[in-house]
Design a protein around this ligand. Structure first.
Ligand SMILES: NC(=O)c1ccc[n+]([C@@H]2O[C@H](COP(=O)([O-])OP(=O)(O)OC[C@H]3O[C@@H](n4cnc5c(N)ncnc54)[C@H](O)[C@@H]3O)[C@@H](O)[C@H]2O)c1
Length: 440
């Protein structure tokens, strides 16, 4: 099949590469010329395990192309994925300007039947907006070209994006026309040879499914974080509690980890957007999600609060080593990362910091340009030099089993603030560390 992917970010590039991997002919379009230049030169603009090799393999095979040419992209695919960003607007609702711009660009140039697939996370009703934008552009040109609009939200996780796309748990297809469903079935057949994972539903339900999934996951995290704060006060260990409740199959073990708050490009903005949609479009206050958001906003300051409780509210003259900047392991994404709040809390209190992250330090330099009190180290050990304590913010694998003897010898005082509950508290305390984790 010939496929155009509009928007070559985390979702668009992974989708484009995976669709090419199974034999399709894919053109990835982006409005950012620097991104397209990097891709054409054989690089990739983001960190995602396995992606660089997959992109290169499919470019070499002549199945994957990159372009900034809107007209060529509109002619190229029969299936047109819209995978542009939907960042939060000032009022918290999803900003739809990139989605409508992408739809208009298709309408401006298309000359034959297209299946237009909303892959971006978009509020309920967006398919209607996309249809209207296309119809308007076609009318301006005085042409009547048929098209279908499908909602096909993406569930990939950064850091495991290729695996998720190649072996999806489910493929949600929201559609009200049979021809487009046939296209989607054919498109996704190579990704579900073992058994059918395609769930067809009406468009609005598909659009809501994506928000519901992220809202549920965010709820589990905030729930555990609140219980962790309670466990600390009551002298219980949230990790034991997690195992205790996870063993109930109705609850399950996944996504029950207490930590320093969720971040990333999806949960925070999707929770916000769903609250806003409910209020504006339905007059309903989503009380549970409002609490989930408030709990998470507070949780991002738990590390800062613990550090100030231990070292004093005035941190002038104190220096901290920070392990992890990305919002989670295996990505360089720092959108809404907890590290940002931790850094800002510590800087505001007068501290200096040295950070280390395996892949996100370039991104951090963009987030904190020219900040004189934040420096970067080449390794996790180098970050410890002259530090009063270690602060762990991201659960990278390489932090799981550090050389504790070196750690203790290098830190000025043997104090670890662990925002991801990486270690056994008894073990590290027996080694002489003061260990301040979450809910333990
Ligand atoms: N990142 C994730 O893990 C993830 C997972 C599932 C769903 N989503 C959703 O997918 C969508 C994309 O997310 P992302 O993380 O890939 O965003 P991103 O910011 O990494 O990428 C979006 C890309 O779209 C490009 N773009 C904007 N307008 C364009 C236009 N008119 N034409 C062509 N390109 C255009 C931007 O330049 C950018 O490169 C969002 O709605 C997001 O909520 C993201």
């Amino acid at each position: 099949m010939k496929i155009t992917v509009i928007g070559t970010g985390y979702v668009g590039l992974v989708s484009g590469a995976c669709l090419a991997e199974v034999g399709n002919d894919v053109l990835c379009l982006d409005v950012d010329p620097a991104k397209i230049k990097t891709l054409k030169e054989g690089g990739i603009p983001i960190f995602e395990p396995g992606l660089q090799e997959m992109v290169r393999r499919n470019v070499d095979a002549g199945r994957l192309h990159f372009s900034t040419d809107v007209e060529a992209a509109a002619h190229f695919g029969t299936i047109m994925f819209i995978a542009v960003g939907t960042p939060p607007g000032e009022d918290g609702s999803a900003d739809m300007k990139y989605v409508t711009a992408a739809a208009r660009n298709i309408g401006r140039y298309m000359t034959d039947y297209k299946v237009i697939v909303d892959k971006s996370t978009v509020p309920v009703g967006t398919a209607d907006i996309v249809k209207a934008a296309l119809n308007e552009e076609l009318e301006k040109r005085g042409v009547k070209t048929p098209f279908s609009v499908v909602s096909n939200p993406e569930f990939l996780k950064e850091g495991a994006a290729i695996e998720d796309f190649m072996k999806p748990d489910r493929i949600i297809v929201g559609c009200d026309d049979d021809q487009a469903v046939l296209y989607m079935r054919a498109l996704y057949a190579p990704f579900q040879r073992n058994h059918d994972r395609l769930i067809v539903m009406d468009i609005r339900s598909a659009e809501l499914t994506k928000y519901a999934a992220n809202a549920m996951l965010a709820t589990r995290i905030s729930f555990m974080n609140e219980l962790a704060n309670l466990a600390e006060k009551l002298g219980a260990d949230i990790e034991s509690v997690r195992k205790g409740i996870g063993s109930d199959p109705r609850i399950g073990y996944d996504f029950l980890y207490a930590g320093a708050g969720y971040g990333g490009s999806c949960f925070p903005k999707d929770v916000k957007a769903l609250i806003k949609t409910a209020a504006d479009d339905a007059g309903i206050e989503l009380k549970v999600l409002t609490a989930v958001e408030a709990a998470n906003d507070a949780q991002k300051h738990v590390l800062g609060t613990k550090i100030k409780a231990r070292f004093g509210a005035d941190l002038k003259g104190k220096h901290f080593a920070l392990w992890g900047l990305a919002f989670k392991a295996n990505t360089d994404d720092m959108r809404e990362a907890t590290s940002r709040e931790v850094i800002m809390d510590l800087l505001a209190a007068g501290a200096t910091l040295t950070a280390y992250d395996p892949v996100a330090m370039a991104e951090a330099r963009h987030c904190f340009p020219g900040e004189p009190r934040l420096s970067y180290a080449d390794s996790q050990t180098a970050a410890l030099a002259n530090a009063d304590a270690l602060v762990i913010v991201t659960e990278w694998k390489e932090f799981r089993s550090p050389d504790f003897a070196t750690l203790k010898a290098t830190l000025k005082s043997p104090v670890i603030f662990d925002g991801r509950n990486m270690y056994d508290p008894r073990l590290v305390r027996d080694m002489g560390f003061e260990y301040l984790a979450i809910g333990r």
